[in-house]
Design a protein around this ligand. Structure first.
Ligand SMILES: Nc1ncnc2c1ncn2[C@@H]1O[C@H](COP(=O)(O)OP(=O)(O)OP(=O)(O)O)[C@@H](O)[C@H]1O
Length: 633
């Protein structure tokens, strides 16, 4: 069927994928799927440019935050100086207390200054946090929008080879993680960096030679951090993929909980999730190891810096180029510097992770689908003649299995063409090619004589109505579900479509009528009810071409009668392609096409075994006749 095909391949792919990411060190290799064109490693610079694109609309807000943060950092550098002044006054009064009684009024000025600084600092912190929160939300909103629109624009081959949970995970987890780190970097990181620079200047003023000795070691440290950072980013991306795959496994089971329950396969699902978690946890542990090593090295480097100060500063004091007090002040300032550097180190680890997340977000954004959702010719009129000319087709996710071979088929305007044949013979595939969910590998699918590849896909899909065996409804009201067929339809048109589809009666019996919420995928409705809502939706869409994929096969006789009646109305004056297993439903079709899975049976080595009306095919006593006899037994 349309949606369920390829589930087993998906699992196989998942297992291979998990094995890859554990065995293989290369994140890009791990994320390769059959039809994966995702770019492996976007450079940091490209990522920064992407992020900036989403930040630019808020540049004023960003500037204000940078200004406020810098001011907060300046206050943090200045406050110890005022505290020092205050201590000096106390010290002075202490020294003079033998000569005269202490005069505490001298304390008022620095105390008032401190009060002003603390109040300003509090106010700036409030501004910073609230503005950064706003900026982060705006940024993540834009990223999510762009990512979601990129996901929705992907072709079916993409959805065949990516797990639902993994795709949605990028939209939720990855964007959230990026947003969280972004906010931290803008507030804490910026402040720490400014403090590092401010304290640095302060240190140069105290002792230029000692400070330059320290600075000389910096480029080596920077280079080492950068090199290790590149590697960390790769490991981080792998670990994120592992996490997403685990959520994908759980998401799939929860989405298909009815099947899981019916097969009592809860334990099996738990085990599958456990395996995925195990793989993810191995990768996360590896990441933790490297982040630990990175931070350990940062701390050790800072310790070495202190040693340099003591050693070199001690020599300066001994040679009379520096006082003991100055060395003390220098040490205290470097302690502040060390704290800021440690914070930057911690943030650096987070930034590495966040870059991994951003890379995963923008990976999909840059993925160009082979079949776009829009663009191309929009013909002035549309008759509805469909032709398959020498079509060959293989699903991209299963290149070794050719599904359609030399298929030639015409769906005349306003006629009903029925496809029958064994399971796997390609009936649904033909329908998917009409909708251009996939492109033929060779040959052409022509709509009114124009190759579908030249037509605007969204225009084409608007001309086609599809009713499947298990209609998918959205978790909203009956009314909204019907109106999905034509969002600008009026209430009267929606109700008229429901009446035509034999749905008005049961809808009016619901206490909330058209406002009844149908639950996820329409679970609160019966199969026949869902089917009639889907028919009402299709009636409202009023398509020229209709595809009925085993639309009544899952229903009981009573329900089938109601649905069939509705379908008969829907089929009037349209080109209809019926996919059927039960031959009873296609007796009246204008043309019946019998397909085969095996090459031997088919004409000219293609898929079609026989073609004709019911009477012609019965007289021929060939494949259709045999199928008919089988269903009669
Ligand atoms: N998305 C997909 N990716 C890979 N292979 C697929 C996909 N969908 C279907 N197939 C394979 O293509 C072949 C034809 O499938 P299709 O669904 O068209 O058959 P069908 O005649 O409609 O079968 P059924 O009557 O069981 O619905 C099958 O071998 C199937 O496994």
């Amino acid at each position: 069927m349309y949606c369920e095909a390829g589930v087993s391949e998906e699992r196989l792919r998942l297992q291979t994928y998990q094995k890859n990411i554990v065995d293989d060190d290369s994140a890009s290799k791990a994320s390769e799927t059959v039809k994966d064109k995702e770019t492996s490693e976007a450079s940091n610079w490209t990522l920064i440019k992407e992020i900036w694109k989403h930040l630019r609309p808020d540049w004023l807000l960003l500037l204000a935050i940078v200004g406020f943060t810098t001011l907060t950092a300046a206050i943090n550098i200045y406050t110890p100086i005022v505290i020092g002044d205050l201590i000096s006054i106390v010290q002075k009064e202490l020294n003079n207390r033998i000569k005269r009684p202490p005069d505490f009024t001298a304390l008022n000025a620095p105390a008032a200054k401190l009060l002003g600084l603390f109040s300003l600092q509090g106010f700036l912190t409030f501004l910073d946090i609230s503005l950064v929160s706003r900026l982060g939300e705006n940024l993540s909103k834009r990223m999510r929008r762009e990512l979601y629109s990129a996901i929705l624009a992907q072709d079916m081959a993409f959805f065949d080879s990516h797990m639902q949970g993994e795709v949605v995970g990028r939209l939720t987890q990855d964007v959230s993680e990026f947003k969280h780190t972004f906010k931290l970097v803008i507030t804490q990181g910026l402040k720490a960096t400014t403090q590092i620079m401010g304290t640095g200047v302060h240190l140069i003023r105290i002792s230029p030679s000692l400070t330059f000795t320290l600075l000389a070691t910096m480029p080596f440290l920077y280079l080492a951090m950068n090199l290790y950072g590149v590697y960390l980013r790769k490991v981080s991306k792998q670990s994120k993929s592992g996490d997403s795959l685990a959520s994908g496994v759980a998401g799939e089971a929860v989405a298909n909980i009815r099947t899981v329950r019916a097969f009592a396969s809860e334990d099996q699902e738990l085990e599958r999730y456990g395996e995925a978690m195990e793989a993810a946890s191995l990768l996360n542990t590896k990441l933790g190891f490297h982040i630990g090593a990175f931070q350990g090295m940062t701390n050790a480097s800072i310790g070495c810096m202190i040693l340099v100060i003591l050693y070199y500063g001690g020599k300066l004091v001994a040679s009379g180029d520096m006082t003991g007090g100055q060395l003390m002040t220098y040490m205290v300032s470097t302690q502040n510097l060390q704290r800021s550097l440690a914070l930057v180190g911690v943030l650096f680890g987070q930034v590495i992770k966040a870059f991994g997340s951003a890379a995963r977000v923008f990976e999909y954004v840059h993925l160009r689908p082979d079949i776009p959702i829009k663009g191309g010719i929009i013909p002035a009129g549309f008759e509805g003649r469909i032709e398959f000319r020498n079509v060959e087709f293989t699903y991209p996710t299963r290149p070794e299995h050719q599904v359609l071979r030399n298929l030639n088929l015409v769906l005349p305007v306003g006629k009903v063409v029925a496809l029958c044949g064994p399971s796997g013979s390609g009936k649904s595939t033909i329908a998917q090619l009409v909708e251009r969910f996939y492109d033929a590998d060779r040959g052409q699918v022509l709509i009114d004589g124009v190759d579908v590849r030249h037509l605007d896909p969204s225009w084409l899909r608007r001309q086609i109505g599809y009713i499947g065996q298990e209609p998918i409804l959205f978790a909203t009201t009956v009314y909204e579900n019907i109106r999905y067929g034509r969002p600008d339809a009026s209430r009267e048109e929606v109700e008229a479509a429901a009446r035509q589809a034999n749905a008005a009666d049961f809808i009016s019996k619901f206490p909330d009528g058209y406002e009844t919420v149908v639950g996820e995928r329409g679970v609160t409705l019966s199969g026949g009810q869902k089917q009639r809502i889907a028919i009402a939706r299709a009636l409202l869409k009023d398509p020229k071409v209709l595809i009925l994929d085993e639309a009544t096969s899952a229903l009981d006789t009573q329900s089938e009668r109601l649905v069939q009646e509705a379908l008969d109305k829907l089929m009037e004056h349209r080109t209809v392609l019926v996919i059927a297993h039960r031959l009873s439903t296609i007796r009246n079709a204008d043309v019946i096409v019998v397909l085969s899975v095996s090459r031997k049976e088919a004409r000219k080595d293609g898929n079609v075994v026989e073609m004709g009306t019911h009477a012609e095919l019965m007289n021929r006593k060939g494949a259709y006749y045999s199928l008919h006899q089988m269903t009669q037994q």
